[in-house]
Design a protein around this ligand. Structure first.
Ligand code: ACO
Length: 428
């Protein structure tokens, strides 16, 4: 008779244990009963980089990496990219359901009316050096927001949580745009509540002397789709950081600054920036084979390729390729796209990439679109962070409301020196 259990025989002792299997997992804590003797602490699992460890139960994002599937709360990413908006998708992630029309109106109203920053934030940003990286400014100013909203510490209070969620989704584009304007020496542009979330972001980025900034509808929509595609990706590095820091009951601004810092790394959200630099370095189609050789020799990584979870095409990359065509119809073609397409074509015929299941990820094409829209390369990780904000917040809130969660505290396997006595410096 099949049973949802796993029988383990400890060959050190000959003892058998039966542990339950639920949702395709065993509980790591169930291994602790497996001891070689009375003094034994009990068996642990060893899983550097959490390659095979589920840290939570979540109802938000779903990925089937082998089939190239991504869904938010059950809805396929392709349908959301096609039919939803970024703010509606944010509502979905945070509430688990698509909103009724009136709920969506209230949600959009609340976010639209929290876009202003305290004037002191400008002074804060002014303090950064003129060539400070916008992501560094973004990480620091998100953290600084916690000092403006001490009520954010009341993480158990639903009203307070909801207020911080409005603020963070609303203010991240403002912070991002201020960071950009500081780095190019332009006066800060205030939010315009007549515009959509994405239209307003473009306004705060690019408004110059015109009385009213009018975003191009195709570019506005393209950016909205890009934000949707980045909105959640289950337990990735930065989201795990959001949950980990949140598990100590830090306020959400501090949590999100930590998550954004994790995103900054070139193996995560910094990859889109690296892709552009790589394509520029390659420079022409003729130089691609030589670059591929360097990748295969392990000298460089093909940025924007490979993914811990997707071992088939990243579904977001497929959507982004379509968006690229729409954007190029407006902006003119970014010449880097030809190098990218050829690089993809050559790589996907090469056994090195095929055998390792390395396909383009979301970042391979997103940077080319951003650049065509005149969004500076330094801003790419910041754009990723704006898109990911609702996902971080949804995961943070889910973690707080999950009765099984506690402060995150992994175990280790100690491999250092055994006990030894301190030797005074003159006797070493
Ligand atoms: N270029 C060349 N080789 C690669 C690449 C790459 N981009 N990615 C993985 N490999 C190779 C590794 O060298 C390794 O080869 P080996 O078995 O001969 O040692 C094999 O493929 C497996 O790679 P791992 O590093 O073990 O895979 P992991 O799951 O740890 O890494 C990661 C995933 C970090 C995304 C990796 O593929 C990478 O560095 N890609 C480039 C950076 C990038 O695009 N990051 C964005 C990720 S998506 C996101 O954050 C939105």
């Amino acid at each position: 008779m099949p049973k949802d259990t796993l029988t383990i025989t400890d060959n050190r002792t000959g003892t058998q244990y039966e542990v339950p299997i639920q949702d395709g997992t065993i509980r790591a804590a169930d291994l602790r009963q497996i001891k070689s003797g009375a003094d034994d602490f009990g068996l642990m699992s060893y899983d550097p980089a959490y390659m095979n460890t589920a840290s939570c139960r979540s109802a938000i994002g779903y990925i089937d990496g082998d089939k190239g599937i991504l869904r938010y709360c059950g809805y396929p990413i392709e349908q959301l990219a096609e039919q939803s908006s970024f703010l509606e998708t944010a509502y979905l992630l945070l509430h688990g359901e698509l909103p009724q029309a009136a709920d969506l109106d209230t949600w959009v109203f609340n976010i639209t009316h929290h876009t202003m920053l305290h004037e002191n934030v400008k002074k804060f940003i002014d303090g950064f050096h003129h060539d400070a990286h916008p992501m560094g400014m973004f990480v620091s100013t998100v953290a600084a927001l916690s000092t403006f909203y001490p009520d954010a510490k009341r993480i158990a209070d639903e009203t307070s949580r909801t207020n911080q969620i409005f603020r963070l989704i609303a203010k991240t584009p403002t912070l991002a745009a201020y960071a950009h304007r500081h780095s190019v020496g332009m006066a800060y542009a205030y939010p315009d509540n007549d515009l959509s979330y994405t239209g307003n972001f473009l306004n705060m980025m690019f408004k110059a002397t015109e009385v009213k900034y009018e975003p191009h509808p195709v570019l506005e929509k393209a950016l909205d789709v890009l934000f949707i595609l980045h909105a959640d990706h289950e337990q990735n590095c930065s989201t795990s950081v959001m949950r980990g820091v949140g598990s100590s009951h830090a306020d959400p601004y501090s949590c999100m600054a930590a998550a954004a810092a994790a995103l900054y790394g070139p193996l995560h959200g910094g990859a889109n920036e690296e892709v552009l630099r790589m394509l520029r370095e390659i420079g022409s189609k003729a130089s691609i084979p030589a670059y591929i050789d360097r990748v295969k020799q392990g000298q460089v990584r093909l940025m924007g390729f490979g993914h811990r979870i997707y071992k088939n095409y990243d579904p977001r990359a497929t959507i982004i390729k379509r968006v690229a065509d729409q954007v190029f119809d407006v902006t003119g073609k970014n010449p880097l796209i030809d190098i990218a397409l050829e690089l993809e074509r050559i790589a996907l015929q090469d056994d090195y990439f095929v055998s390792r299941k390395l396909y383009p990820n979301v970042d391979f094409y997103s940077g080319i679109i951003y650049e065509a829209m005149k969004l500076p390369v330094d801003m790419f990780p910041v754009l990723f962070a704006i898109g990911r904000t609702p996902g971080w917040l949804a995961q943070w809130q889910e973690m707080l409301l999950d009765k099984e969660q506690k402060i995150a505290r992994p175990r280790q396997v100690y491999i250092g020196a055994p006990k030894r006595d301190y030797v005074p410096i003159e006797k070493r």
